[in-house]
Design a protein. Structure first.
Length: 242
C-alpha cells in the first residue's frame, strides 16, 4: 500500500468530520456530551502530521511503538507544544523505561511482569502513571489478558499495594478484524461488562475509562460505552508498513 500522509487541510477536515460523528453517536446513545475522547493514533506518520493535528486542536495522541513515539514526541515537547501521549501497543519489558518517560498513560498493560516493571521505572523517576488493562475480547486479536481471571490476578496484585506509582483507570480492547458487526459489538459489550464487574470488585480503583473503537468501528464502540476512541487511518491516512 502506498503511503499517504494527509495534508494539514485534510487532517483538519477529517478531525471535524470525526468529532461530529463522535458527537452524533454520543447523543444517539443518550450519553453525556463530552464523555468520549478522541485519541489520534499517529504511528507510522511523521512528526509534521502530529504538529498539524495539534494546530487543529487535537490534544490526545496514541502510539504503539516506544522508539518511534520517543523520536516524535520528544520533539513535540521541545517545540513547547502541549499534548498527551498514550502507549497503546504491546510493550516489551526493556522498553518500559522510555515509555514511562514520555507517556501519560500505558493502555496496553497485559501481564503482571509488565506491571512490576512499570512500577519500578516510575519509582525511579518519581512519576505516577495512568494505566489501562488490555483485555482480549475478540477471536483474532491475540493481545491482552486472555481471561477475566487473569485480569483479576493482576488487579489483585495492584490492590495488594505493590504498585503505588500506578493509577489504574480502566480497560482497553481491540475488536476482532471482521465485517460482522455483531462480533465487533459483542467484543465491546464484553469489555464494558467486565469493567462493571471490576468496579464492584475493586472499589478502591476508579475505573472510568473504556478505550475501545478504531477508524472502522468507533461509532459502535461509543454505543457500547467507549470513553476513548483510538483513530489513526481516518485522520492521518493509510500507513505504509513496508
Ligand atoms: C493502530 C492502532 C489503532 C488505530 O487504528 P486505525 O484503524 O488506523 O484507526 C488503534 N488501536 C491500536 C491498539 C492500534 O495499534
Amino acid at each position: 500500500m502506498d503511503k499517504v500522509d494527509n495534508s494539514k487541510e485534510v487532517i483538519k477536515q477529517q478531525l471535524e468530520i470525526i468529532n461530529g460523528r463522535i458527537n452524533d453517536a454520543i447523543s444517539k446513545s443518550g450519553r453525556k456530551a463530552g464523555s468520549v475522547k478522541l485519541e489520534a493514533v499517529s504511528k507510522f506518520h511523521p512528526l509534521q502530521s502530529v504538529l498539524d493535528a495539534i494546530e487543529c486542536g487535537q490534544f490526545l495522541f496514541g502510539e504503539n511503538r516506544v522508539q518511534e513515539a520517543r523520536e516524535k514526541f520528544s520533539q513535540v515537547n521541545e517545540l513547547g507544544k502541549k499534548c498527551e501521549l498514550h502507549i497503546i501497543g504491546s510493550l516489551q519489558r526493556n522498553k518500559v523505561k522510555h515509555a514511562v518517560e514520555i507517556a501519560e498513560c500505558i493502555e496496553s498493560v497485559d501481564r503482571i511482569e509488565l506491571i512490576e516493571e512499570i512500577e519500578k521505572q516510575c519509582a525511579k523517576i518519581n512519576k505516577k502513571i495512568t494505566v489501562l488493562f488490555e483485555l482480549h475480547t475478540g477471536e483474532e486479536s491475540k493481545s491482552g489478558f486472555q481471561s477475566a481471571d487473569e485480569l483479576q490476578k493482576a488487579l489483585d496484585f495492584c490492590a495488594a499495594g505493590n504498585t503505588p506509582h500506578l493509577i489504574p483507570t480502566g480497560f482497553m480492547t481491540m475488536a476482532p478484524f471482521t465485517k460482522d458487526e455483531s462480533l465487533i459489538r459483542n467484543s465491546f459489550a464484553t469489555l464494558r461488562k467486565i469493567s462493571e464487574q471490576m468496579k464492584v470488585h475493586y472499589p478502591q480503583f476508579s475505573f472510568s475509562e473504556l478505550s475501545m473503537g478504531m477508524s472502522c468501528d468507533y461509532e459502535i464502540a461509543i454505543e457500547e460505552g467507549s470513553t476513548i476512541v483510538r483513530i489513526g487511518t481516518a485522520i492521518f491516512g493509510e500507513r505504509d508498513y513496508s
